[in-house]
Ligand binder design. Structure first.
Ligand code: ADP
Ligand code: 5GP
Length: 199
């Protein structure tokens, strides 16, 4: 069977543990790749153009939107972010599962446009734990932590359309759950019905 890959969309508040869980879940897996987004925000120290993001200016971003070169896009805290369409379509056609780490508005667009996409929301066990993790990470000011907590509350309210919710209270279990979801997505009847018809 010559199959295309699955689009796997992951969201969740900053500090929920998304990168840690994803990193552990896809360790050693050759069937999953990451999509690198474009953003208008400035690189943080240590970030490399083409690795964390493609850093572009507002003019170029607008051009990409006009030319329909983005699969989805959204504004987040005064900057714009988007998923380049061409890379995702090429990798899916090659049979790779493509992982997007995007915020809730973008995930909703993908959910509506691409019904085959699998959407996963990763949440911290509680807002108190989220606050502790953000402090523990040591990268945010008190003001930024307050802003991220408020944004987390808002995302909890908006996240009513996801297929899966992983409450990340145990890293091993969360990574195992994510792996299982990616594996199960390969066997969805709706994506494979053609095979039966062709027999
Ligand atoms: P995100 O990518 O969602 O912003 P990170 O992966 O950077 O979050 O995780 C935020 C912090 O929480 C990190 O310090 C990470 O080590 C820690 N963390 C992640 N998952 C867990 C977990 N299940 N239990 C305890 N700490 C965790
Ligand atoms: P940061 O600036 O901290 O790297 O990312 C801010 C937020 O933007 C995160 O929630 C991240 O998931 C989201 N994000 C990153 N890339 C994209 C994208 O291509 N599209 C959308 N909609 N959100 C994105």
């Amino acid at each position: 069977m010559n199959e295309s890959g699955r689009l796997i969309v992951i969201s969740g508040p900053s500090g929920a543990g998304k990168s840690t869980v994803v990193g552990k879940a896809i360790e050693g897996r050759h069937d999953v790749c990451f999509s690198t987004s474009v953003t208008t925000r400035a690189p943080r120290p240590g970030e490399v153009d083409g690795r964390e993001y493609f850093f572009i200016d507002r003019e170029r971003f607008r051009e990409m939107v006009e030319r329909d070169e983005l699969l989805e896009h959204a504004d987040y805290v005064s900057n714009s972010y988007g998923t380049p369409r061409a890379f995702v379509e090429k990798k899916l056609a090659e049979g790779m599962n493509v992982l997007l780490d995007i915020e809730v508005q973008g995930a909703r667009q993908v959910h509506e446009k691409m019904p085959g996409a699998v959407t996963i929301f990763i949440a911290p066990p509680s807002l108190e734990v989220l606050e502790r993790r953000l402090r523990g990470r040591g990268t945010d000011t008190e003001e930024a932590i307050a802003g991220r907590l408020e944004r987390a509350r808002q995302e909890f309210r908006e996240a009513d359309f996801y297929d899966y919710l992983i409450v990340n209270d145990n890293l091993e279990r969360s990574a195992h759950a994510l792996c299982a979801i990616i594996d199960a997505a390969q066997w969805r009847f709706s994506d494979r019905a053609e095979w039966l018809k062709n027999q």
